[in-house]
Write a protein that binds this ligand. Structure first.
Ligand SMILES: Nc1ncnc2c1ncn2[C@@H]1O[C@H](COP(=O)(O)OP(=O)(O)OP(=O)(O)O)[C@@H](O)[C@H]1O
Ligand SMILES: [Mg+2]
Length: 251
């Protein structure tokens, strides 16, 4: 049996009376590519926040590679190998690609960065940055300032930032949102080219993109797990059609 990377047991996140995530059980084998789909407000990002510790679960248990991380702060979860990108762009626009990478690697704010200037990088750190940029399709872009980059390249940089810590599990929250078809296909190639041993969880509204990239699909609805299925079976699932596509599907 495949090793399990992540196990959620009865995970709930309540905001007052709203149960944004409402008792989710999930098990993700190591190295699997998993899509999380579901309509707006289904609880997908909140589930990522519960896994990464940005918003800790109010109920349930999160276990990553055998460690109970339910109550750990985000930086401790990151140190165990969990990394994520955000649905909203999260870059320092006036800095270069390389400078953004250094900040991510060191966990620094731009203020501290400008106080200390551009620090000398160890060979190991430089190698990590080079590898992450190559995986994200941005080799040779390290000197480019973020404001000079196309939006698609900026989304690739966010993936590079998430990879620089050499995570064992990567959570991507709508990495292709707002991109043109050609930019989307580049991001898809980046995701396809990620190391096989890396566990990847992908939130994506574009079904064509998501289903072409993953081994298995979880559909959330109103904070609950609605369906888990192979990509080939998701489109024809009546429950998915009803909630995700908004209406029953007529071929
Ligand atoms: N910090 C918060 N405080 C209060 N309510 C929140 C908070 N974050 C999310 N919610 C609510 O929780 C529900 C789930 O939101 P979430 O962002 O997880 O959905 P989503 O599936 O990621 O949606 P989308 O596809 O639009 O990104 C929504 O009703 C949202 O308004
Ligand atoms: Mg979201």
């Amino acid at each position: 049996m495949a090793e399990v990377a992540l196990t959620l047991t009865g995970v709930a996140v309540a905001f007052g009376a709203l149960r944004a995530v409402d008792g989710v059980d999930l098990s993700i084998p190591a190295g699997q590519r998993r899509a999380i789909i579901g309509p707006n407000g289904a609880g997908k990002t909140t589930l990522f926040n519960a896994i990464t510790g940005v918003v800790p679960p109010t109920e349930g248990r999160v276990v990553f590679e055998g460690h109970d991380i339910t109550h750990l702060p985000p930086h401790k979860r990151a140190a165990l190998g969990i990394s994520r990108t955000f649905q909203i762009t999260n870059l320092f626009p006036s800095l270069s690609v390389e400078e953004n990478m250094v900040l991510a690697l060191r966990g620094l704010s731009p203020q501290k960065f400008s106080l200390f200037g551009s620090p000398d990088l160890s060979t190991a750190d430089q190698d990590r940055i080079t590898r992450a940029l190559r995986l994200a399709g941005l080799a040779d872009r390290s000197a480019t300032v973020v404001t000079e980059m196309a939006y698609g390249d900026q989304r690739q940089l966010e993936i590079a930032l998430a990879l620089v810590a050499t995570p064992r599990m990567l959570l991507l929250d709508e990495p292709a949102a707002g991109l043109s078809p050609s930019e989307r296909s580049i991001v898809a190639d980046v995701i396809r080219g990620l190391p096989k041993e890396l566990t990847v969880i992908l939130i994506e509204h574009d079904m064509d993109l998501a289903l072409g990239l993953v081994d298995y699909v979880t559909c959330l609805h109103e904070g609950r797990l609605l369906v888990e299925a192979l990509p080939a079976d998701i489109r024809t699932d009546a429950r998915v059609q009803e909630v995700y596509l908004g209406k029953p599907h007529h071929a």
